[in-house]
Ligand binder design. Structure first.
Ligand code: NAG
Ligand code: NAG
Ligand code: NAG
Ligand code: NAG
Ligand code: NAG
Ligand code: NAG
Length: 485
């Protein structure tokens, strides 16, 4: 801010704008088959002026890459560790090893610890309702005891399904916390208030649209709608504002009307659903980013500078698709750190500049695995089984209805599946066998709509990051190969 004023003073307004873009944050998820090396991702964040990053763990390679970067970091405790953190010594140990350890000059600028990730999601059936609040208290107390409590705050990223307004009076001002967790939420927000920590909420207009076929399309975006919601004279023309203000009302009802709110996740996916595409994502961000840049706030909290972490930075092709096929396509960058559509993070419309792609990315050779047209032996079951196998161990979500590769003819469809598996397997020759149906080619198979990708070569970092998940994955893959062939 001060720097900005100073720069205007010496009339370098152009530079000032590029300082302002530093307010945007991004979520850095790593559930990819070939994740980009952490050093490349940190450079990507810096090149794009993304000054805040939210993680889903506190992975050592990631933390090492962030050291010395000056990026503001939210580290996280996954849901499956919440029960463990109900023991104060375990919480203290976690803070020692994952926060205090990096607290030195040239270390990592940790600002928040996310305790769990959407632990009260209705879909979890209450699995984490008893363990989240004690874990939160232990972690904040451990931060305090480590002398970090003034600068590092524990928070809990929550899905917007923790609050609602009753169907009979569906307006933001009637918002309250969900009835099954309302006492717990009330205790928790008073704890946040006491420790000067923010409320962290994830807001997804795309999911509102996805979940309800009667949802007014325009209401998911920011250009106005023919059917606004009128609430005490306030006209809500987009679901983002209405959702945020429902939270403000819920906080007011719980007795902490001024608790600061940060947006832990907001974004739009680009594939895997009829409404998930680059045009809609661009439209969404073109509405959202300028509002953030001019600190517009919402009707109940006008003129505030909302801290926002976009979801997400890079596509994650190993995420669970339980929520939907779009789940692997939330990145503003593709799997390889290439931008997907024009986007100006400083909030200028039309865009005054574009995203900077990732640098020094190593790709595998330009080879694709396809269905061998001469090998088709008229056994449709054999082909279907092989396609199915390929898609079980790679990402075929782009083939689905309304997705980028949905228009392929049957043979190309099979080739797409074969190639995804072949690339996921690091182009190992045997991974293009498919009972004799596959063959390797150096002819690019991509169409205008559908990208037949070449994976990045992350062999070195892949070995480094072998985690229980990957081990289980490899084990299942190995067993399935044995069973199948
Ligand atoms: C740091 O946190 C991660 C999970 O976020 C956990 O797996 C790891 O065990 C922690 N490190 C230590 C030393 O506790
Ligand atoms: C929650 O309950 C539903 C319905 O009973 C079930 O289908 C689902 O698997 C459960 N989810 C979890 C995470 O336990
Ligand atoms: C949480 O605690 C309540 C009350 O003690 C109990 O009924 C419930 O089963 C517990 N839930 C879980 C997931 O352990
Ligand atoms: C919230 O915290 C502020 C100080 O940060 C305090 O003045 C206020 O009384 C607190 N509100 C409640 C309801 O405890
Ligand atoms: C393409 O493959 C997907 C995934 O196996 C399958 O669901 C779909 O029916 C196939 N489409 C065609 C045209 O073969
Ligand atoms: C393959 O073709 C597509 C579409 O023309 C292009 O975007 C992509 O860069 C090409 N891939 C390689 C590895 O050349």
């Amino acid at each position: 801010m001060r720097l900005c004023g100073l720069l205007i003073g010496i009339s370098l307004i152009g530079l000032c704008a590029s300082v302002a873009e530093g307010v945007i944050g991004a979520n850095w998820g790593t559930m990819a088959i070939h994740p980009l090396p952490p050093k490349i991702v940190v450079q990507l964040l810096q090149d794009n002026g993304i000054s805040k990053v939210k993680l889903f763990d506190a992975d050592e390679d990631t933390m090492r890459a962030l050291a010395g970067s000056n990026l503001e970091v939210m580290v996280a405790i996954p849901n499956n560790m919440l029960a463990t953190m109900n023991d104060y010594d375990a919480a203290k140990n976690w803070v020692d090893k994952n926060v205090s350890k990096y607290n030195f000059d040239g270390g990592v600028n940790v600002k928040y610890v996310a305790v769990g990730n959407e632990p009260f999601l209705a879909a979890y059936n209450g699995s984490f309702v008893n363990t989240t609040f004690p874990a939160l208290q232990n972690i904040q107390n451990a931060l305090n005891d480590a002398g970090l409590g003034d600068t590092v705050k524990a928070t809990v990223p929550l899905n917007a399904d923790v609050y609602n307004s009753p169907p009979t009076k569906a307006v933001p001002s009637a918002g309250t916390f969900r009835s099954d967790i309302s006492e717990l939420m009330t205790e928790m927000v008073h704890f946040f208030n006491k420790s000067n920590a923010p409320f962290t909420v994830n807001i997804y207009p795309f999911l509102s649209l996805y979940a309800n076929k009667d949802f007014p399309f325009d209401y998911a975006f920011f250009e106005g709608t023919a059917t606004p919601i009128v609430d005490n004279g306030i006209k809500y023309t987009n679901v983002f504002d209405a959702n945020f203000d429902t939270l403000v009302s819920s906080l007011t009802a719980a007795g902490v009307p001024d608790l600061p709110i940060i947006i832990g996740e907001v974004g739009w996916p680009t594939d895997g659903d009829i409404n998930a595409n680059a045009q809609n994502a661009e439209r969404f961000y073109n509405g959202l980013l300028p509002r953030l840049a001019r600190k517009q706030g919402t009707p109940l909290r006008p003129n505030v500078d909302i801290d926002v972490y976009l979801f997400g930075l890079i596509d994650e092709d190993a995420k669970s698709i339980d929520p939907g096929n779009f789940e692997r396509h939330w990145g503003i960058f593709r799997y390889d750190g290439q931008p997907k559509f024009p986007m100006d993070l400083s909030g200028m419309v039309p865009a005054s500049k574009s995203l900077v792609p990732a640098k020094n990315v190593n790709y595998l050779p330009e080879k694709w695995c396809v269905l061998n047209p001469d090998a088709k032996d008229g056994d449709p079951k054999k082909l279907a089984d092989n396609v199915n196998y390929a898609c079980t161990f790679s990402d075929c979500t782009a083939l689905g209805y309304g997705s980028s590769c949905n228009g392929l003819v049957a043979d190309a469809n099979a080739s797409y599946a074969f190639n995804m598996y072949f690339q996921a397997q690091g182009q190992k020759e045997a991974s293009c066998f498919f009972q004799g149906l596959g063959m390797v080619t150096d002819r690019n198979q991509s169409t205008d709509q559908c990208s037949f990708l070449i994976q990045i070569d992350s062999s070195a970092s892949f070995r480094d990051s072998l985690r229980p998940f990957s081990l289980v994955f490899l084990f299942i893959a190995a067993v399935s190969v044995l069973l199948f062939f």
